[in-house]
Design a protein. Structure first.
Length: 218
């Protein structure tokens, strides 16, 4: 999967680096849905890897490290979560990997689902209590409190496992993207040049604030 240089102005895409090109045309949803989903998976996995690399650039800032760690976990697991795009299947993506890989995947997934994205296990606890004085005052309660306690999950083993998982899954996504490009190319080559030129150009809708709670269709 190679990166493309493009610009977007006046509602039109311009793909750079192809001097013989005359037009960029859109793929139908049926033709390009899986390809588009793979591209989004790649973006999330690369973001997760960049977060992991960023942790090493801030060795003395625990807050930044935690923020990057939680973001890396979230963006990795996002690729395997249901939504508008086709989610990845761990048994398919990790096929041929050591058995430990699937165990590590399930651990990272539960870490995200039951601790980072939701508060559902003992990794986060809050201990309520009250401080009682020695009885020499008119009141007995010095302070009512609750102490939030969070387990530290950013440890060498977890970091290494997530890094390896991101690398393996990204390699699979890139290989599938290239295969899908080849399949689409072969299909389009069977279409006449005139029919290809009659296709509409790629377009996208600018996100609006009211779209925040609406699932997209593609």
């Amino acid at each position: 999967m190679e990166s493309l240089n493009f610009s977007f102005a006046n509602g039109r895409f311009e793909i750079l680096g192809f001097p013989d090109a005359v037009k960029a045309v859109a793929l139908t949803r049926q033709e390009g849905k899986f390809l588009a989903d793979l591209a989004l998976h790649q973006a999330d996995l690369e973001f997760a890897l960049n977060c992991l690399e960023g942790i090493n650039r801030h060795p003395t800032d625990a807050f930044i490290q935690q923020a990057l760690w939680r973001s890396a976990v979230s963006h990795f697991v996002k690729c395997f979560s249901s939504g508008a795009r086709r989610f990845l299947q761990p048994n398919q993506v990790l096929k041929g990997q050591p058995e430990l890989a699937l165990w590590a995947f399930n651990y990272i997934k539960e870490l995200r689902n039951k601790h980072i994205a939701h508060d559902d296990n003992s990794l986060s606890q809050s201990i309520p209590g009250a401080i009682i004085n020695n009885g020499t005052k008119k009141f007995k309660i010095e302070k009512v409190f609750a102490l939030p306690i969070h387990a530290d999950t950013l440890m060498t083993e977890n970091y290494s496992n997530l890094k390896l998982l991101c690398d393996v899954v990204l390699a699979w996504v890139v290989s599938q993207f290239d295969l899908e490009c080849g399949r689409i190319t072969a299909a389009l080559e069977k279409t006449s040049h005139n029919d290809l030129m009659r296709r509409s150009e790629p377009s996208f809708s600018i996100a609006k604030i009211e779209d925040i709670g609406i699932s997209r269709s593609a």
